[in-house]
Design a protein around this ligand. Structure first.
Ligand code: NDP
Length: 325
């Protein structure tokens, strides 16, 4: 099969499209013909070698993909069935989706809901799946459209864009934080009614004027600290990312004086029984217009160049890698 292969040469990661042999299928494995894969922030860190994502080389990156079952050693899956995979360490410590085929555990797959065509499912991908988990975390914390405005940071990225679209469709008033003026129109089309500059999120005091009923943060570090200081009494911040850094220079004040909840969100190890429900919710919530606005399509050969663009903040929305079509 054709795959993007990562190797280490003189402690540098080298990415090249090559023809390689697939691993043998074991008990419980499913072989998938991949039609679409996504390029994510984590893939960009892996492909460029700028993040310690891959520990064993050679590795095929790609943390998410959709496709059809070619052969199955798992009785739950049959040949031709449409499936999706996100997370479980695939593309990190198990060969991933930036390839024509993947051999993965049946336990890691989700049968694609009929309402979502494969291309749309990969426009959602890990980013959209994570955005929905963040929205559900806010709902669990009692944040409703009536509670007030919800803030989304890193808003024009994959997770941020989908979070803006989901919240808007669910009736929330959405404010978006972005570092790029060029994305303002895009964010308004997705449903943001207020747009704030990332520059205004560089310094913070322990507590600031209360502005947000909830927030979805994909950035971390000083931006997250400021968001916490501006969250309303009893509000919730769902934190899933580190695009601005993994630090968190905050104080306990928002937590002990305003009852603010900081909810961590992980998409990699979500229990299998919860995943199908999240996908059903995505299928029923996202409007058709979202799929028309939020994706750039590239080839496997273009993935390394786009990985650099990711880390230089030149990407808007989701980046789809067309493999089998
Ligand atoms: P993207 O690169 O698509 O989006 C990140 C966005 O963050 C950018 O578009 C930009 O938005 C903003 N940003 C970029 N650099 C900086 C910076 N230096 N300081 C502040 N803001 C910055 O990535 P994804 O949306 O795919 O992922 C977002 C984050 O969430 C990543 O850290 C990723 O690792 C994490 N993630 C975590 C998951 C989990 O399971 N917890 C799953 C998926 C993603 P703008 O230009 O609008 O400011």
């Amino acid at each position: 099969m054709k795959a993007l292969v990562l190797e280490q040469q003189d402690k540098t990661t080298v990415a090249e499209v090559k023809d390689i042999a697939l691993p043998e299928m074991a008990e419980g494995d499913v072989l998938v013909d991949i039609s679409w894969s996504g390029l994510n922030y984590k893939d960009a860190l892996a492909i460029t070698g700028k993040g310690k994502i891959i520990r064993q080389f050679p590795m095929v990156p790609g943390i998410d993909f959709t496709g059809h079952v070619k052969r199955s050693n798992d009785p739950r899956y049959s040949t031709g069935q449409a499936v999706i995979l996100t997370g479980w360490g695939v593309g990190e410590n198990h060969w991933g989706g930036l390839a024509q085929q993947a051999c993965v555990k049946g336990d890691w797959l989700v049968a694609l809901p009929e309402a979502i065509p494969a291309r749309n499912a990969m426009i959602i991908g890990t980013a959209g799946f994570t955005a929905m988990l963040c929205v559900m975390a806010l709902e669990d914390a009692g944040v409703t459209p009536q509670s007030g405005t919800v803030l989304v940071t890193g808003a024009s990225g994959g997770v941020g864009s989908t979070a803006v679209a989901l919240l808007h469709t669910l009736g929330y008033t959405v404010a978006a934080v972005t570092g790029r003026e060029s994305t303002h129109d895009y964010l308004r089309k997705l449903g943001a009614s207020e747009i704030l500059s990332r520059d205004d999120f560089s310094e913070t005091r322990p507590l600031e004027k209360q502005l947000w009923a909830g927030a979805i943060d994909t950035v971390g570090d000083k931006v997250l600290a400021k968001v916490l200081a501006q969250t309303n009494y009893g509000g919730c911040v769902a934190a899933c990312g580190l695009a601005g850094g993994f630090g968190l220079p905050t104080t306990v004040m928002p937590f002990i004086l305003r009852n603010v909840r900081l909810q961590g969100v992980d998409s990699v190890s979500v229990p299998a029984e919860h995943r199908a429900a999240v996908w059903e919710r995505l299928a029923s919530t996202l409007p058709e217009s979202f799929y028309q606005q939020a994706a750039t399509e590239i080839t496997l050969e273009q993935a390394p160049a786009y990985a650099e663009d990711f880390l230089n903040n030149k990407i808007q929305g989701r980046t789809l890698v067309k493999i089998g079509g």
